[in-house]
Structures are given as C-alpha cells and as structure tokens.
Design a protein around this ligand. Structure first.
Ligand SMILES: Cc1cc2nc3c(=O)[nH]c(=O)nc-3n(C[C@H](O)[C@H](O)[C@H](O)COP(=O)(O)OP(=O)(O)OC[C@H]3O[C@@H](n4cnc5c(N)ncnc54)[C@H](O)[C@@H]3O)c2cc1C
Length: 422
C-alpha cells in the first residue's frame, strides 16, 4: 500500500487547527506541531490578566481538540526552520518530512528594538504572560497596602497599558474595573484614590481600525470608568518605576503592559523567504510560497495581500486561510490547481468592561450596552469547547452580579518557588 501524503502543520493556533479540522476525512495524514500542548483563545487573555477567568478556561489541550480527527496526530516541539529542498520541517525534535507544509506559527510582541521595554514591560500574547500580569497587579496591591511612603504607594498603584488597539482598550477597561469594583472591597484600608490606570497611545485616537464615532465612544467609555487616556503619547523609555514619553513627560508607574507592537513569529525570519511589513512572509494569492507550491503560509505569519494592503492579524483571517489551504490540498490531490484566497470580513469589535463595547459589522455600528451584548454573544459561542463555554458563562455572571472575581490568586511559577523554612 502506498503511504498517504503527509501534511505537516506548524502551529496549532486558529489557522493551524482550522486547517487540520478542514482536512478531516481527507486522504492525508496530518501532523500538527506546536511548542505548547494547548490551543489558546487569545480574545479572552486580558480576562486572565484581570482575574476574571482562569487559564484553563481559555486554553484547551490540542490532543483533546483533535480527538475527533482520525487522520491527525500532534507533536510537542519547537519549530526552527524549513529545509525546502529536502521537504523537511526542522524542529528541536528532529526533522519532520512532509508532502505538504502549512506554516501557521502566528506572531509575537514587537518592542521595536527598545531594550527597556523588553526588560520592564509585560507582553500580552501568551498564556503565561496573562498569568504574569495578574500576579503583578495583585502583588502590587499587597505591597502598596504595607508601604508607608505615599509617593511610593502611588507608583505601585499606577498601571500603564501601552497601545490603544482592541487589546489595550480591553485590558485598560478590565483593569480599571478590577481595581474600582473588586479590589476596593479587599483593600478597605488602602487609599484607592492613588490608583491610576493609564492608557497610552502614540496616535491621536484609539482603535485606529474602527470608524471615527466608535473610536470616540470607546474613549468616552474608558474615561467614564476611570481610565486616563493619553493620546499622542509615545513611549521612549521604561524603568522599573517610571515611563518616559518622547515629549519628555514622565509617569511614575511600576507596571507597564505592552500591547502596541506585534510582528510575525521568529520562524518567518529563519526561512530565507521575502518578508513584508511586520516581518510577515510574502505569499502568492493562493497562500503558497513562490517556487514551493507544496508550502503554504497562513494567519499572522502570512503577509497575504488584499487590495494592496496586508490582511490584518485577526482570527477570521487565520481561520478562513486555514480552510482555504485545506480545500486547496484536497483539490490538488484530485488533480486540480490552487485557487486564490478571498477574505470575507465579518467585522470587528472591542469591549470596554461591563456594559460597554464597540462593534463594527459591515454597515452596522453598535456602541454601549448593545455592542456589549453582541460582544458577549460572539465570544461565548466562539470559546473553544462546550465545557469552557459553561464555565466562562458562570464566571462572567458571577463577576457581573456580585462585582467579584474569585480568581485573585497570586501563583508563583514552578521555577520560582517561595523560600521555605529549613
Ligand atoms: C491578547 C490578544 C487578543 C486578541 N483578540 C482578538 C480578537 O478579539 N479578535 C481577533 O480576530 N483577533 C484577536 N487577536 C489576534 C489573534 O489572536 C490572531 O490574529 C490569531 O491568533 C492568528 O492565528 P494564527 O493561527 O496565525 O496564530 P496563533 O493563533 O497565535 O497560533 C500560533 C501557534 O503557533 C505556535 N508557535 C509559535 N511559534 C512556534 C514555534 N517556533 N514552534 C512551534 N510552535 C510555535 C504557538 O504556540 C501557537 O499555538 C488577539 C491577539 C491577542 C494576543
């Protein structure tokens, strides 16, 4: 019996997992490779960071997700590069031969070469970064409670979010509510007037990809929740206790969360292929790599172009590309050629804490409570599994009704255990 063609998919995120699922029952063997053994639902990462949800509610083991796929297996490995001539994906687990290769390793935080940011600011891309932010916020409150010096307390209780895109807006809104509605009950003896949540954005507006009235609505909503929105505020340098802006203004702050820059995963840079903006790999309109028709790039890693501009780094883009590539592989196996990818834009939305969100769905524009209901609905149906959906719903309802977030645990990573008495 001749072996079936082997499809290797590098990355079990939105693009890679969707591609594997769309190859269900295809006459191929699929191998999904990821450095994490879980698939992460990124839209709710800020809720892990702001103590609304536990990590397990927004991540699911890849093996559980591919259980229904009889032709798929998973390998936990770090992808380093590709040997296009030998048709092998190179990993720290050794080379993996492929007949078709789908590169879907996503993106990473970009600090634009600013070493101070890389050293002192928290990224918000990975699950452990979400947990680290949660730990930091809770630790700062504990520390502030027992700090005598008022100025030091103010610095400890100043939280700066850099980047006025959807992630920054959502994080700032959730953080303001965490401090104002929840922690205020735990820290009755702390002067909570000292708490500052500052959102810094280099442009003159928030949510640059949204229509003007929605940007304004988001700003007003954040300010009504106590977030200080600073526009045209470009960060030049960060230390352990302050942020220096390009105009010379200094903000004392001991927690900085960076959401302002993102670039394609480092895998893209090691391929020897032409790169576009944000280090994204240039692809043909079919999502194939020029000169290597058996190799596809999808999701944040791919610089697929629509109307002269790169498609945004968004989940619908990655998922639609994953489906398109699976269909192409099926077509090619049946002797047909590859077709061009066309993106169908389902719209964008961002939430600003309880009762407020902005949504732009084609001609429909929603703000405030209606936008929030739409956001709740869309995110709930898209959370990874039925079990997660139930738990997330219960946690949201609890938070909403009782102004309480029970997940306020400071968890140390296994490799930084607290010293124990001998
Ligand atoms: C906090 C946050 C919130 C977001 N909110 C939204 C939103 O509300 N709506 C929206 O549309 N988009 C949102 N996005 C963007 C969205 O997450 C991405 O566009 C989407 O995940 C891209 O899918 P992907 O498959 O390309 O990459 P990912 O889903 O990121 O998957 C990449 C996978 O590759 C793996 N990987 C990376 N490098 C390696 C390596 N070297 N070896 C092995 N495996 C590797 C990773 O572990 C990961 O599992 C958000 C992103 C973030 C960070």
């Amino acid at each position: 019996m001749t072996p079936r063609p082997r499809v290797v998919i590098a990355g079990a995120g939105f693009g890679g997992l969707t591609c594997a699922r769309a190859l269900k029952n295809a006459p191929v063997d699929v191998l999904l490779v990821d450095r994490n053994n879980y698939h992460l639902f990124t839209p709710l990462l800020y809720q892990v960071a702001s103590a609304v949800l536990d990590p397990g509610e927004i991540a699911r083991p890849v093996r559980q997700l591919i259980r229904p796929l009889r032709n798929a297996d998973f390998l936990l490995a770090n992808v380093t590069s590709v040997d296009f001539e030998q048709r092998q994906l190179l990993t720290d687990h050794g080379p993996l031969p492929y007949d078709y290769l789908v590169l879907a390793s996503g993106s990473q935080s970009d600090y634009f070469g600013n070493a101070s940011l890389a050293q002192h600011a928290f990224g918000l891309k990975e699950l452990d970064e979400g947990l680290a932010v949660r730990n930091r916020i809770l630790m700062r409150f504990e520390e502030a409670r027992w700090t005598v010096d008022r100025e030091r307390r103010r610095t400890l209780l100043t939280f700066a979010v850099v980047g006025g895109g959807p992630t920054g807006v959502e994080m700032a809104g959730a953080l303001a509510e965490l401090t104002r509605l929840v922690l205020s009950k735990d820290y009755r003896d702390l002067d909570l007037d000292l708490v500052r949540v500052v959102l810094l954005e280099a442009a003159g507006w928030l949510l640059g990809t949204f229509a003007e009235p929605l940007r304004e609505a988001a700003r007003r909503s954040l300010e009504s929740k106590g977030v200080e929105v600073l526009l045209k505020a470009k960060v030049a340098n960060v230390t352990a206790s302050s942020i220096l802006l390009a105009d010379g203004h200094e903000i004392p702050a001991s927690t900085v969360i960076w959401t302002a820059g993102v670039r394609a995963s480092e895998v893209g840079g090691d391929l020897g292929l032409p790169l576009g903006r944000q280090g994204r790999v240039q692809v043909l309109p079919t999502l194939q790599v020029n000169g290597h028709p058996e190799v596809f790039v999808i999701g944040d890693l791919a610089g697929a172009v629509d109307g002269g501009a790169q498609l945004p780094m968004l989940i619908p883009v990655a998922m639609q590309e994953g489906r398109h590539v699976a269909a192409t592989i099926r077509d090619v196996l049946r002797g047909y050629g590859a077709t061009n990818f066309l993106y169908k834009d389902p719209g964008i939305m961002a939430t600003i804490g309880r009762n407020s969100a902005v949504a732009q769905l084609g001609p429909i524009r929603l703000t405030g409570f209606l936008g929030w209901l739409m956001w709740l609905f869309v995110h709930l149906i898209n959370v990874i599994s039925f079990r997660s959906r139930l738990i997330v719903l219960v946690n949201w309802a609890w938070d909403y009704l009782f102004y309480d977030r029970p997940i306020r645990l400071i968890l140390r990573a296994a490799d930084e255990k607290a010293p124990r008495p001998k």
